[in-house]
Design a protein around this ligand. Sequence first.
Ligand code: GLN
Length: 284
Amino acid sequence: MTVKEILARTSEKISHRWPSTPFLDASLLLQESSGMTREKLLASYNLEIEEDVLEKFNLMAEKRLAGYPVAYITGKKEFFSNTYIVDRSVLIPRPDTEILTEKVLEAAGEMIKKTAAPVKILDLCTGSGCIAITLKKELGSGVEIEASDISENAEKTFKKNCQAILGHQIPFYRCSLFEGINGKYNIIVSNPPYLEDSHVEEMISKNWPEPESALRGGTDGLDLIREITEKAYSFIENGGALFLEADPAQMTEVNMMLSRNRFSNVEISKDLSGKERVISAWQK
Ligand code: GLN
């Protein structure tokens, strides 16, 4: 069977049950099982696939058909042009979080222009480390990045990603939100768990494999964001900012929380599907 035939057949099967990105899913699985790069795969449509590759691919495709996310099957996920190691210890990095990261890159870039000292940034609930590592990779010595997460398993994955992508570690605190944090930062960024309990229950009932602790935000999904907005102000330097990802339906409420906790100049940004996804505010 050729590359073209396998991709056509498998993406067709996947599309019936998981219609969002069936061709991409099938290609990523074939890349992983064959060891080919994306470019090589797309240039090899008429190549016959060897039996052992086909066997590996079929096992992966079965998992995908059963609903397992591609990133957990391959153990990899692209985020801001870097490949992150992912497993069930961490949330799979989302394109939405690239928007959050871009907003922080813009703000930090402005701060770097204005001061000689490195801009200090804390990534709360870092998970795989995709936000913290992207910021360090993009901004280099202009920033001092630190990260935290409550999960011991996430810490291990975070450290692997630091080593693989940056070649060095980023200071990491294993703690619940601000409990182990003592410093002050120019920017605090977080993609905390923000899904409502009912939504998480539904995901669990369908055997969704991502860690519950990275998704569950309490009855209204806002437990962690509430605590972050209440405590963050005193951990931010004058003129600094807080950047959060949240659900589009939570934006009005989060906006009010920020104002109630002395933040100003609240700004809301949309994700790639046009939904409000990122909210920021300033400490000044
Ligand atoms: N955006 C994720 C989802 O919808 C939730 C991530 C989070 O809670 N931080 O699955």
